[in-house]
Design a binder for this molecule. Sequence first.
Ligand code: ADP
Ligand code: MG
Length: 262
Amino acid sequence: MPTEIDLLRVNGLTLSFDDGAMKKDVLKQLSFSLLRGRVTALIGESGSGKSLTAQALLGMLPQEAHVSSGTILFEGEDIRTWSEHLLQSYRGGQVGIVFQDTFGTFDPLYRVGSHFQELYAVHAKLSKSKAKERALQLLGEMQFPDPDRVYRAYPHELSGGMRQRVQLGLALAPEPKLLIADEPTTALDMPIQADILRLISRWNRRTGASVLFITHDLGVVDEIADEVLVMQHGEIVESGSKLDIMTRPAHSHTKALLADYA
Ligand code: ADP
Ligand code: MG
């Protein structure tokens, strides 16, 4: 049942790809809630439908995807009924996004600072100097010892781990109510993974905003999650608090994932 603590509620979402010859359901009657202030981990094997779920919540599904049923309620309003214009201000405004790779986030011809300036101009109508002030503060919060240097850098001048921290800063800049992180640490070395998880946790606690953290790694779930959704072949097969899922798994797939982790 939806309650006032749901930030986002998905009801009966079914999505398929039609390649002419056959229709393939990849999300099947998905129903779940993201609670306010909570970190929810979405875990499942590669190909189980995690990224498509994220794309659906962002209102940015591929053209070929066909949604045959379901609602996606953000603060009670169905984003499936929104115009592209509304969705654009929702993405990067109320909802921030971090992906595994940063190619789509950065324009290689522009310095990091220009990325922040554009974002702040669009979402907060800030002047260049105000935008710079806010960006430097945020880069400091992202644990860069010399924010000014990062602000002036071109994306290719940064390491992968640094780019990922900047991407997180850009996602958090508009002060979203929800951060969706789709395997943001998968390609990174262990210490950098830990940094990113710490930054996301700290932001969640400080702001009381919600996080959907997508991963195939139970170690990450253990580290960061309050709530867990377990996905298999396009279905949520189990959901509950982290403690319940980790100590009293009910579904065979969850048990199998845990057996691999232990
Ligand atoms: P995950 O993120 O859990 O690895 P995805 O959500 O990316 O999984 O994909 C779920 C399923 O949907 C996979 O079987 C994948 O092959 C299929 N799929 C994803 N995108 C497309 C697409 N554009 N066209 C056809 N099938 C797709
Ligand atoms: Mg994926």
